[in-house]
Ligand binder design. Structure first.
Ligand code: GDP
Ligand code: ZN
Length: 456
């Protein structure tokens, strides 16, 4: 284990809360706390047993004044979150008292922890690998049960296990080639080439299977970006409201919400959906122009899903048709709204074949809409708890690894020297190692951990 200084932070979210937790990690954790913690039963803190809770008071070091009633747990290295000595102080006085306790801890010699520093130590001390550490970020950020389960599975190392297995096979292949190159014999060489080709194809298949889960994985983590498009007054905002009432809204203050676009998070049976309504631009004068601009090809292709809404109670017009023609650039569902009124659309278009009849105001067809959304994006393939690649960095590394394997296969096809092939194989091995953090530069590691919040 490496030797680091002792760090401390409030691990619970800021603000008033019933309890707060101060976490301290490092060689001096226990000594620091012993100076400000008075046990109820007058035991000496330095002698207490690890992995047990101890009840008492935190006092100000100088005055001896009681700050709060607390429960203190001591986790002895290496059996702790960071693999170092860890002390956790749970206070029940909310923010002010936890802040005061932290101040005392810092005055006694701990240093304020940076974002993600506890988890980074767990990684640097070899307790978890990088994919597991990143899963901790996802658990903190996950917005629904589905994403939580994906993150949990990853944090328990399922993805890492798969990657480690693949890397081991690559290493065996490299060793095999090494032997062949050292003892050159034509027969052996071609036999080896044949075997390496077989293995490389199999591994490539495994990586590609992992990559296939990545689209779904990402969606689970960030939410389906769903744009409600259509002319003014077709019923976009009404649909948003109806969906909000029928599903559980997850958060209201979504970062990135701009004044001209309303974004709401929905929990659609465990699938987080970010619903984007262009309602805010409704009041502007040049609304008709704005729509033309807004539903550009790019906007359509950027969304994970477009809900294109037509008002069925009116004849279709030029603008509607223009948007219909552009839908091929997107994943879309066409909604024919206002089914409670007479049908006056009078139009036939190939994309209308699968349209869903809805009424945004009375809720007709909403169940069907929700069913269709789920069907489109999951097709029953993502099961909770299975590993899926939910992280862009992992995805990129997998793509590079698969490209190197393809290079190796081309080299084999062209009967190149085996040591040329082994360069590609070892590149693939090293890209995969970036996922688990076995081969990764220090600065990249720092960047990854800076995504964490303080206290984790
Ligand atoms: P937006 O401009 O596309 O956001 O449309 P709104 O949601 O603001 O709705 C425009 C008007 O259509 C409002 O008066 C709604 O009450 C009405 N409306 C929306 N959906 C329906 C529906 O299913 N049936 C009927 N009869 N009226 C609707
Ligand atoms: Zn609206």
């Amino acid at each position: 284990m490496r030797d680091f200084d002792t760090i401390a932070a409030i691990a619970t979210p800021p603000g008033e809360s019933g309890v707060a937790m101060i976490k301290i990690s490092g060689n001096d954790a226990k000594a620091i706390v012993s100076e400000i913690f008075k046990l109820k039963n007058n035991d000496v803190f330095l002698n207490i047993r690890p992995w047990k809770m101890h009840y008492g008071h935190i006092v100000e070091y100088d005055s001896g004044e009681i700050i709060d009633e607390v429960v203190v747990s001591y986790f002895k290295a290496p059996k702790s979150y960071t693999a170092e000595d860890v002390v956790e102080i749970t206070s029940h006085g909310g923010y002010t008292s936890s802040r005061r306790i932290l101040d005392q801890v810092l005055l006694r010699g701990a240093r304020p922890a940076g974002p993600g520093e506890f988890t980074k130590r767990a990684f640097l001390n070899g307790r978890i690998d990088l994919a597991q550490a990143e899963a901790v970020i996802d658990i903190i950020n996950s917005k629904t049960d589905q994403s939580m389960k994906t993150a949990m599975a990853q944090s328990q190392g399922r993805l890492s296990k798969e990657i480690t297995n693949i890397r081991e096979r690559l290493l065996n292949m490299l060793a095999f080639i090494e032997v062949t190159v050292d003892f050159p014999e034509d027969d052996l060489e071609s036999a080896t080439a044949e075997k390496v080709k077989c293995d490389a194809e199999e591994i490539l298949h495994k990586i590609e299977t992992l990559l296939k889960t990545s689209g779904e994985g990402k969606i689970i983590r960030d939410g389906l970006r769903t744009v409600i498009a259509g002319k003014p007054n077709v019923g976009k905002s009404s649909l948003l409201n109806t969906l909000l009432m029928e599903t559980r809204a997850i958060v209201t203050d979504v970062p990135g919400t701009t004044r001209d676009v309303i974004e709401e998070y929905l929990n659609l049976d465990g699938i987080p959906v970010i619903l984007v309504d262009t309602a805010g631009i409704r009041d502007t004068e040049d609304i008709v122009e704005r729509i033309g601009v807004d539903i550009s090809k790019q906007k359509l292709s950027e969304a994970d899903l477009v809900l294109f809404m037509l008002d069925r109670s009116r004849p279709i017009d030029k603008e509607d048709i223009e948007i219909l023609n552009r839908l091929e650039y997107a994943r879309y569902i066409v909604l024919l709204n206002k089914t409670d009124l007479d049908d006056r659309l009078e139009y036939d278009h190939p994309v209308l074949a699968d349209a869903i009849q809805v009424s945004a105001t009375n809720g007709y067809g909403i169940t069907e809409l929700k069913r269709r959304i789920k069907e489109m994006f999951f097709a029953g393939t993502v099961k909770a708890g299975e590993y899926s690649v939910s992280n862009d960095r992992h995805k990129e590394a997998l793509i590079r690894a698969s490209e190197s394997l393809k290079d190796a296969l081309v080299a084999l096809e062209e009967n190149m020297q085996l040591d040329v092939v082994s360069i590609d194989l070892s590149a693939s091995w090293s890209y995969l190692g970036e996922i688990t953090g076995d081969t990764l530069q220090e600065d990249l590691i720092d960047k990854i951990f800076s995504d964490f919040c303080v206290g984790k």
